[in-house]
Design a protein around this ligand. Structure first.
Ligand code: MLT
Length: 238
């Protein structure tokens, strides 16, 4: 199994993903939020790269049938129901609804992967379910990290490392590219104190300064939402 890791979606060429399962990671916070919404029973999630598309698609739904969610610069978009905090996507709020979500980097990375063989959404909260799924699939994979403000982000790389370590624990010896090797090394050095490893990094600090420590706590927990969301034809479903 070959594994290539991309620091942001801007580094990805069509040929990199065409024949691979793509795993998209935006642990802070888009994939954590989408996974939480699906785990809490929403019907489907439609990620869009821009605000206008989310609003336009919402016009196809009954007033009570959808939730508009997302952020720009980590803050809720004006007129939207919810921001990009996983804690807002409770069962009471999302069950049986369609969630339309747009975020600064995460939904851009997801929609970038649309032409892949298959697209899986990952975070720490579903990491074991994802590596079990990938191990069983046996295909080469491309891991696309969402990054932060268009740049490499340490939080996503830690999840990439956890995925690689999980596959190795299952007896798979993946052929890693350089960023895959670095991701695994950083994860092994950080796994016992994820908060400590990230405390001075950009995205962690932004969310902390906004008073979102609860989101950081939830996003860095392991396996609290053990599902495998697949994104296909513009829609993510569990
Ligand atoms: C993003 O897509 O850039 C993030 O999910 C930002 C955030 O923390 O809301």
């Amino acid at each position: 199994m070959k594994i290539s890791v991309y620091p942001t979606s801007d580094y990805v060429e069509d040929r990199d993903i065409k024949d691979r399962i793509v795993v998209v990671i935006d642990v802070l916070r888009a994939t954590s939020t989408i996974i939480t919404a699906l785990y809490n029973g929403c019907k489907e999630v439609i990620p869009t790269a821009d605000i206008e598309s989310a609003v336009n698609i919402s016009k196809n739904y009954e007033r009570d049938g959808f939730i508009l969610g997302g952020e720009r610069n980590a803050v809720k978009i004006e007129g939207f129901h919810l921001s990009n905090s996983p804690r807002e996507y409770s069962r009471e709020r999302v069950e049986n609804k369609t969630v339309l979500i747009t975020t600064t980097n995460g939904t851009k990375a997801i929609t970038r992967a649309v032409d892949a063989k298959e697209v899986v959404l990952a975070s720490f909260i579903n990491i074991s379910a994802v590596y079990e799924y990938i191990a069983a699939a046996g295909s080469d994979i491309a891991i696309i990290c969402a990054g932060t403000m268009g740049k490499f982000s340490a939080d996503d790389i830690l999840v990439a490392g956890a995925l690689i370590k999980g596959l190795e624990d299952k007896g798979i010896s993946p052929e890693l590219d350089d960023l895959g090797m670095v991701a695994k090394r950083i994860y092994l050095n950080s796994k016992d104190d994820l908060h400590g490893a990230l405390s001075e990094t950009l995205h962690y600090s932004i969310l902390k300064d906004l008073g979102l420590q609860g989101d950081l706590d939830d996003c860095l927990k392991l396996d609290t939402a053990p599902i495998v969301p697949i994104y296909s034809d513009g829609v993510a479903r569990a």
